[in-house]
Design a protein around this ligand. Structure first.
Ligand code: CA
Length: 224
């Protein structure tokens, strides 16, 4: 598995590189966004996870994130950030960030989050799931609406999968939040709404049959 690190603090960037290499990962380091962008956007990119500092000289981390997502680069992104207000978090999620680690962080925590992003559980998740004309394949992490491939970020995919597994049952924001961020106990459940909005813009907005249903005051469910 190859990790790309974009971090302008060279000492931190290099110690992360050393750390992840000793855990067996391949690591590429960039000290600014511009040079990382070309590599990450390339069809040949073998990057499977991006660790992204948000405060960078020149082009910022969030801007890089938005540009990558607009080019359908769906690599999971963990933001390394000192920003942690609800507004910051929502802004980052809107830009396509999947997870956060607040600076200063412990290397062990970061490694655990990287692993968590790639954790896959066996069993039911190996079955293809179908709702209306939406098909979701947990093992390849592909989603189709009709014959059209839908490009989702990791969190959007996880939310859709969880809703489909819940099979019409209403899932609360809190339950989704606990599923997506099992280690957090802070009340950021409104970040779920941001991901839901992004998910809908891809899977529902252009279609007359909507599959993600809002149950006002409770949460969300899948509309069969
Ligand atoms: Ca920085």
């Amino acid at each position: 598995m190859n990790i790309t690190i974009v971090e302008d603090e060279k000492k931190l960037a290099n110690s992360l590189k050393e750390g992840f290499e000793s855990e067996g990962y391949g690591v590429s380091v960039f000290y600014e966004a511009e040079s990382a962008e070309g590599k990450l956007s390339a069809k040949s990119s073998d990057c499977s996870l991006l660790l992204l500092d948000l405060m960078l000289p020149g082009k910022g981390g969030l801007e890089l994130c938005r540009d990558l997502r607009s080019k359908n680069v769906n690599v999971p992104i963990i933001a390394l950030t000192a920003l942690d207000t609800v507004e910051d978090v929502i802004k980052a999620l809107d830009s396509g960030v999947d997870d956060f680690v607040s600076k200063p962080f412990s290397f062990d925590e970061l490694v655990a989050r990287v692993r968590a992003l790639h954790r896959r559980s066996p069993g039911i998740k190996d079955m293809k799931m179908v709702v209306a004309d939406v098909r979701l394949d947990p093992s390849s992490r592909l989603v189709y609406r009709g014959n059209k491939a839908i490009s989702l970020t990791m969190r959007e995919f996880d939310i859709l999968q969880y809703l489909m597994e819940s099979d019409g049952k209403v899932v609360t924001r809190e339950e989704l939040f606990a599923h997506l961020w099992p280690k957090e106990d802070i009340g950021f459940s409104n970040v779920v709404d941001v991901h839901i909005r992004n998910l809908r813009s891809k899977i529902d907005d252009k279609y007359s049959k909507k599959i993600v249903r809002t149950v006002r005051g409770f949460g969300y469910s899948i509309q069969r």
